[in-house]
Design a protein around this ligand. Structure first.
Ligand SMILES: [Zn+2]
Ligand SMILES: [Zn+2]
Length: 395
């Protein structure tokens, strides 16, 4: 029997178990750096499989090492483990049992797929030409678990040669795989801005400095900066997501606070936009006799896939789902993903696994209280991960 047929057989053997694991994790969502129960579930399974397991990396992270019988490269596979502060509205038997917390991004599926890959690969251990490191990472949704895990040496001992990650994706139907060379996800920066004016009676605006008018000017100027100061072929977004200020209808507001996010793909544009942002805020506030406090923080960097690795994963996807089920977007998404930090250190690929099913009514977007995923993709995700690992070991 070919190894690929054997892989398929093992997966069909464990598939119902995988669905159970995913549903168990879905019932018990845990937020970033609080994934204590999730980490325990993972560590128990990996230990039973005979892997060398380390826990407590970046607080709740778990790493399992599977040593193949033959010497070869070290391939790392990564899953994120955290849930979101969203109250689930799905009426399903496996709905969240923890009010206000929900696996609304599919990280429960990522953990399950990686555990499935560990189950399959440990059965092939005797024929494995290399080692596999399974990385279970906390807090992808923020503030980020990838960076502290790397700082604690997760890519060393043994050093990782190639790394793979995936995300279940509701924009793609189940059965499709999304692959992109080069940049796949945006860099994500954040800002908190406090605009300071001077209060006065609403009928005497000339005696004050209206923080609300300044805020309005700042917001429009920021949007104009994106459309007029940046190269229009370079993706960039400035979103003010929250704004608050003022006392009542007839008082000139003294302060307006706002918070938002800035996303770019090109690092030069990222730097340029940060500078322009500060100039606009400073210029407008100063011209009006106001002041400001700005906290502008760099978050996740742009996620860059390695072109050669993407080619290999495409070969695997062609065998697993067929050419007509491979989607290759020509543009990155402006979402963020802290797998980017791993890809800064090690060549690899982060691919998308379609999880939408119109027939099953599974169509809600990510981070939505009705989010769910077509569980048939768990088996597919395992097959993609296992075969990609073998393919990378051949190189
Ligand atoms: Zn998410
Ligand atoms: Zn996610």
């Amino acid at each position: 029997m070919s190894i690929f047929k054997e892989i398929k057989e093992i997966i069909s053997e464990i598939e119902s178990n995988l669905v159970e694991i995913r549903r168990d994790l879905h019932r018990h969502p845990e937020l970033g750096f609080e994934e204590v129960r999730t980490a325990k579930v993972i560590a128990t399974i990996l230990t039973e499989l005979g892997l060398t397991v380390k826990t407590g990396i970046a607080r709740t992270g778990v790493v399992g090492l599977l040593e193949g019988a033959q010497a070869g490269p070290v391939i790392a596979l990564r899953a994120d483990m955290d849930a979101l502060t969203i109250e689930e509205k799905n009426q399903v038997p496996y709905a969240s049992q923890d009010k206000g917390k929900m696996h609304a991004c599919g990280h429960d599926a990522h953990v399950t797929i990686l555990l499935g890959a560990a189950m399959v690969l440990s059965r092939l251990k005797d024929r494995l030409p290399g080692n596999v490191k399974f990385i279970f990472q906390p807090a992808e949704e923020g503030p980020g678990g990838a960076k502290p895990m790397i700082e604690q040496g997760v890519l060393e001992n043994p050093p990782v040669d190639r790394i793979l990650g995936l995300h279940v994706w509701l924009d793609l139907p189940a059965g499709q795989v999304g692959l992109k060379k080069g940049p796949g996800f945006a860099s994500v920066d954040q800002f908190d801005l406090l605009i300071k004016g001077k209060s006065a009676h609403g009928a005497l605006p000339h005696q004050g400095v209206d923080a609300i008018v300044l805020a309005a000017q700042v917001i429009s100027a920021l949007q104009t900066a994106v459309s007029r100061k940046l190269d229009p072929t370079e993706p960039a977004v400035v979103t003010v997501g929250k704004i608050a200020g003022g006392y009542r209808r007839n008082i000139i507001a003294e302060e307006v606070g706002m918070e938002g996010t800035v996303r770019t793909v090109n690092p030069a544009v990222r730097t340029q936009l940060a500078t322009t942002f500060k100039e606009i805020v400073g210029g407008i506030c100063k011209a009006a006799g106001g002041d400001f406090e700005l906290d502008y923080r760099e978050g996740y960097p742009t996620l860059n896939n390695d072109d050669a690795v993407v080619e290999l994963i495409k070969e695997v996807a062609t065998a697993v789902v067929g050419t007509d089920h491979i989607i290759e977007p020509d543009k990155p998404t402006l979402g963020g993903e802290d797998f980017a930090y791993f890809l800064e250190r090690v060549p690899g690929c982060f691919f998308l696994l379609g999880a939408r099913s119109e027939a099953k009514g599974i169509t809600a977007p990510h981070h939505n209280p009705y989010f769910d995923l077509d569980e048939s993709v768990l088996a597919l995700g395992v097959e993609m991960m296992v075969r990609s690992t073998l393919r990378l070991m051949e190189e």
